[in-house]
Write a protein that binds this ligand. Sequence first.
Ligand code: F6R
Length: 243
Amino acid sequence: MKIYKTKDYDEMSRKAANIIAAQIILKPDSTLGLATGSTPIGLYKCLVEGYEKGDLDFSQITTVNLDEYKGLPRENDQSYYYFMHENLFHHVNVKPENVHLPDGTREDSEAECAGYEALIRSLNGVDIQLLGLGHNGHIGFNEPSDQFEKETHCVTLTERTIEANKRFFASADEVPRQAYTMGIGTIMRAKKILVVVSGEDKADIVSKAFFGPVTPEVPASILQMHPDVTLVADAAALSKIPD
Ligand code: F6R
């Protein structure tokens, strides 16, 4: 695993965006696995700037997002579909037909998850998968559990995740209780993985996930087994890793 320590959030965003930009330049028809959450917002801003300057071309890029709330329509400003369009897709020349997220409005979880997994498999592999890290070690919506979930599936969110995400809703009651997410196996099949983490509140989980035992109780710990992981984190998030 490569670790890049940055002085702050802005430097983390630039460094991680440069890694994705390099991927786009070296392989213009890459499949990018994307994440939502607050951490990648600065990184997406840098990619948009790269596009506006004429340095990046998304015309042959395909994207697959990690996850989506179940039950939220696309036009809900808390849906991940909305988030991705606001922060990236509306601002670059990615083709709408090449953008993929699980369809949160589809009631039939089994059909939606099987279809999404099949779609990802049909893309010849995700070239680089971007991940944020939850306080409980979740990646995508893969919550701590007694086993690693392999494929795209429907999850019931933990109280902690509902608590963490309620800041985006009028109240905790409005946070959807379920979500569709790539599985740990889906994530691990990506050729490269790029994890971005910022802030002192993530320092404990960074040290557990990347330096502790590999266990489904800390889903991100499985990343220790992936052959090509890059962690870009600011000094605060790396403040508790062992020397
Ligand atoms: C988002 C996602 C989540 C977040 C994680 C960290 O698509 O899958 O796993 O990456 O909850 O979120 P932030 O960046 O808001 O701390």
